[in-house]
Design a binder for this molecule. Structure first.
Ligand SMILES: NC(=O)c1ccc[n+]([C@@H]2O[C@H](COP(=O)([O-])OP(=O)(O)OC[C@H]3O[C@@H](n4cnc5c(N)ncnc54)[C@H](OP(=O)(O)O)[C@@H]3O)[C@@H](O)[C@H]2O)c1
Length: 295
């Protein structure tokens, strides 16, 4: 049986939908019973958290675990605690760990990636059958910029001329589903990207074309970006990590395109235009709060 953590999040939800569509039984872990109502219909669940896992008896029921936690400074403690609980329960499942492209590079000092590297070091030490998924940036990050796109008609991020193989969360889920349901993925690392690598001016041009409303890319100086983030009360670890991420992007380190989605799903990864068209409603609604300039 497959256990899906992060089940109510962006990747986890798509993963459960895809497993359910393929009639593959899976169990979602939700933090509170009430969240079970937000899962795709018919999906079974257990209540638990990474830092308060289900009982050893329950954990022994899973031979495949999809491990995902939210972006937090405490991410290593969450995932390491959960992995230790599995092993202490006497269970040695195949773990499919969702990381982030760059975590595998010891030179990458972006906080998000460093956290995944710490978790991976611990996971490797447990000697479980393991697969790492390392996506580039999600298209879904653009939703954070929806209000600012609408109110200021700019995409203001410090990405320079850096290009990114932006990927849809549903395509990350497709690679996860394939990895959890077919053989031969142990001790592998898959870098998961969309179909093309885009600079932020390309992204602004796609947004302009799909929404028939001009949006410009503004390559804001990092310090001005920091001020905007801090003004919105984001914590210092997150702000530092986001600044470091854009520096990483500016260096060209996310200028990557792989064919992992096609290999996993026999389908092409979603182009940005497609994704934008589907999410149009989320971008053109009325702003109900001050714009938060994240990506
Ligand atoms: N954003 C990107 O561009 C990007 C790119 C590459 C990799 N990643 C990686 O993707 C991961 C995030 O994936 P996502 O965007 O799909 O997640 P997400 O939408 O942020 O959802 C996070 C999930 O984790 C659950 N959760 C929160 N705290 C928990 C806890 N203590 N115990 C158990 N579950 C908990 C949430 O449950 P509730 O719904 O109950 O809160 C939710 O299901 C991160 O590890 C990040 O580094 C992100």
């Amino acid at each position: 049986m497959i256990l899906v953590t992060g089940a109510t999040g962006r990747v986890g939800f798509h993963l459960l939908e895809q497993l359910s569509d393929a009639d593959v039984p899976a169990t979602a872990m939700v933090r509170v019973e009430a969240r079970a109502g937000d899962l795709p219909s018919g999906v079974q669940h257990v209540v638990g958290t990474l830092d308060g896992p289900p009982s050893a008896d329950v954990l022994r029921g899973f031979d495949e675990v999809f491990l995902l936690s939210p972006v937090l400074e405490q991410q290593p403690e969450l995932e390491i605690g959960f992995l230790d609980a599995l092993v202490t329960a006497g269970q040695r499942p195949h773990v499919v760990k969702l990381a982030a492209d760059g975590f595998q590079d010891p030179e990458c000092e972006v906080g998000f990636m460093r956290n995944h590297r710490l978790i991976a070091r611990h996971l490797d030490g447990l000697d479980l059958p393991t697969t790492y998924l390392a996506p580039t940036l999600y298209m879904e990050n653009l939703l954070h910029a929806a209000d600012i796109l609408r109110t200021e008609a700019t995409l203001p991020v410090p990405a320079g001329q850096g290009r990114v193989g932006l990927v849809a969360a549903s395509d990350v889920a497709a690679v996860a589903a394939h990895t959890l349901t077919t053989e031969g993925h142990e001790d592998r690392l898959y870098t998961v990207t969309g179909p093309e690598s885009l600079g932020m001016s390309d992204v602004a041009a796609r947004i302009s074309a799909v929404f028939a409303s001009t949006v410009d890319y503004e390559d804001v100086p990092p310090e001005r970006f920091r001020e905007r983030l801090e003004a919105h009360g984001l914590d210092s670890w997150y702000v530092d990590s986001l600044l470091a991420l854009f520096d990483w992007v500016r260096q060209g380190a996310e200028d990557t395109v792989t064919d992992e989605v096609r290999k996993a799903s026999d389908d092409d990864p979603r182009p940005l235009d497609d994704w934008l068209s589907e999410l149009r409603g989320a971008f053109v609604g009325r702003p109900d709060e001050a714009p938060v300039p994240q990506l």
